[in-house]
Write a protein that binds this ligand. Sequence first.
Ligand code: E4P
Length: 218
Amino acid sequence: MEIYLDTANLEEIKEAAAWGVLDGVTTNPSILAAARRDPEAVIKEIAGCVTGKVWCQATGDTADEMVEQGCRMNEWAEQAVIKLPMTAAGLAAATRLVRQGIEVNMTLVYSLPQVLLAAKAGVAYISPYVGRIDDLGANGRRFIVEAIDTLQKLGSATKVIAASIRSPQVVVDLATVGVHAVTMPSAALQAMLRSPLTDIGLAGFQADWNGLQSALST
Ligand code: E4P
């Protein structure tokens, strides 16, 4: 399962990248807006911190605008790859970028008919927003299961990145149903690693080791 960090915060990215388990970084216009800096500079800096993909989302009202911006973003870094929204303009832009050999992730995917259209366009990934589906009282995990099942039955190579993930348990739940990838904020990735029992256990081991060293040196 691929793991992406959903942030433009360089300190968070550097820390997670050092763990060696990161497949890249996802951003969106809101994440880049929160950085309050030139998006091109931010994406280039992110690309300097990770070896994997760096997802940038093209904006615009028309397919032409999205294609133009997507092509520019794709040049920002070797690992830069393009997210497009699941709209008519976004789908038309996706078809064109895929034909140009640019890797595309259709984002804001919320229904199986959208999954079918994105797969038909040949995009590499789709991003359903699990947390936002759950927020509405629907079942994000169930949608991921149905999306994966649909793609498998079509024989599609399109992968599912489960997005809008807020807790480690959701990651585990999605991993067990075979999700291809997940993207989450730093807090959720940190929570995957940390356990108070690990900390308590380690403190005990360290104290015993220190005690042994003292005993041996006296
Ligand atoms: C996906 O790539 C999105 O950037 C992201 O996961 C959205 O998450 P949110 O619902 O926490 O904003």
